[in-house]
Design a protein around this ligand. Sequence first.
Ligand code: AHR
Length: 729
Amino acid sequence: MYNIRINAKEKLTDVSDSLYGLFFEDINRAGDGGLYAELLRNRAFEDGVIPEGCRYDPTSRTITSPTGWTTSFDGCEDEEITGWEASGSAVMTLTSQGTLNPNRKRALCVKFNGGSIRNTGFNGISVEKGKSYRFYMFAKCTVPTDITVSLAGGEGTYSSYTFTAEGDYKKYECELVSCGEDHNAWLSLHSPSDSQVTLGFVSLFPKDTFMGRENGLRADLVQRLLSLRPAFLRFPGGCIVEGFSRETAYRFKDTIGPVWERRSHCLLWNYTTTNGLGFHEYLQFCEDAGIDAMYVCNCGMSCQGRCPDYFDDDLINELLEDAEQAILYALSPADTPWGAKRAANGHPLPFDRLRYIEIGNENWGEEYFKRYDKFYKRLKKRFGQLTFIATDHTEKAGLDTEYVDEHFYSNPLFFAANAGMYDSLPKGIKIYCGEYASTIGCKEGTLYGALGEAAFLTGVERNQDRVTMTSYAPLLKNVNHVSWEPDLIAFDNYRSFVIPSYHVLKMFAENRGEYVCRCDIVTESTRRTESGCFMTEDGRKTFGENFSSVENDKIHIRFWDKETAGEDQDHYDWIAENNKSSVIHYNGWSQEVICEAPCEIRERNRVEITTRADSFRITLNGITVHEHTLPPIPDLFGVSSVDSEKSEIILKIVNFSEKRITADLACDLPLKGTARVTVLTAAEKNAKNSFEEPDAVCPQTITVTLKDGTLSVPPVSVNVICMETEGQR
Ligand code: AHR
């Protein structure tokens, strides 16, 4: 039986204007060559520089941080000069001597000898006929040297310009107008001379950026972002804020001023950015887009998931000062030292869109609490108008807490199963659900993944007085440089497509209403079927439905273990020690406490676990400690809101099941006979989009007749149903 009853007159909460935001992190090369419109790869010649303090192993092409974190590192400078090729008689070498400025670690020495060097951008430079591209280079040479810069490709040369370079470093710039269209073009530099030219920094930008900004953003990708109607932008990360060492921790100061003077940053996602998309540019984007800014600062430690370095007091203080100065840069008047820097960078007025500061990213525990407390007290005292966000439940440690940022990366079922998670959130705690995505089993972004998230979001919307902000993560992926999947928007050097989750967010953000009203849903449910082996800590693996053994006084046994690891892990762990027993479901990067109970543990313990499709019983020394059945997954999830201005009731309904459902629909206000329905579905739940089929899963809007008080809901679908009411309420 399926029944939807809307009580439009019963207001649960106002809608939160900030509910849907964006989280941008430079991951998957989302920055340079992505949202940041730079077309040249390795424009500062520093891509292959091993980050300070790290060891490089050429056999495995990995680096190891001072605390022992090992990760891949492609394109080490001893092996190649990433992005650049020499042809003809040209010879190029990197140097660390005589660079453009103290922040530049390398320069490129070129002897052209009548040959050329070229940069192929991020898997080809995309040029369009009649479009302009701004080029500049800092070059030095002892004798006057003609250097021709060209945009070229399979069809020949599309545009070129010749400079005569001479003397110490100077900036040489020109505008190139392409006479051809080519998505696989390159930029070449050629000289007939055999004298040495040293390049300190080069850049090529399309003139058409978002709002025409010179150091700006790729307009088509910005359009994708703005179509989501975001309320805010969280930046710059993510784990890149933490870094994997003290040297790679994010500092705002490295990201402002002339781009050729900014230090490069080896990101924890295995590549180097030139920081052209910096603090100033993020704030400028927020201002241009009319959205709020949320800055995430490093709170004095490197990533806790990657052999953490808990920085000493000096460095904590330096990072606290960096956070403070970032805020001053954004908000203080132009006649103050930091305001003057902002004015010198082209923005005399404060960036008053800065509203939120997040203290750290995904940091937790005692080490975090100490640092949070220090940052919060100092920053709040000075900038009381800002809202501060913690990354752990600092309120449980007795600390002043305004918001807690929670992250979930799991399978779609986890999100559906936890759609009611916030129904029982204690009053007073404000949540920002800053990163979430269905990941396991849907890396390329499937309809099923989107269904799970949509089900979860119905619960968030119901509780948007306390969960007032959300942002999906990650946002962008260059399909040729993947570090993390899925991502909301996939792009290459000229195209993009979106995954089904994007459509859900757009549908939900476009249909908000003004208050959430009561909506009771009676639905059938589907029982869960779990499976997997038993696994003890010392690696004993058992198949079947029963497990028994004798254990010592610390019991840790895995069951329903799918034998997947890391981001794909999916297992239930029974942990009993100190007379406390709990079962925790580890699902992707999320954990859910399934049940907890007191217990009596001896030195030697007889344990038994019996599992069935959706239930388990755990016995300790003959006493049943846990007997639990996983709740079934409802077929329908929903939430409803009211738009009084339009006299409309908005009903969001997710059909998580694979059957068409006809539900009785009742409302306490008289409805007109038709409804505007936007539905996202596909023939099968694992359907996804791609460059070849960008619209395989995309929403359709239709008008339906609301017959006999029933609603027909397609299988595996997300529906936004807008129903006009008769007259005013
Ligand atoms: O969104 C990808 C990563 O997931 C973020 O960098 C981090 O905050 C989380 O672990």
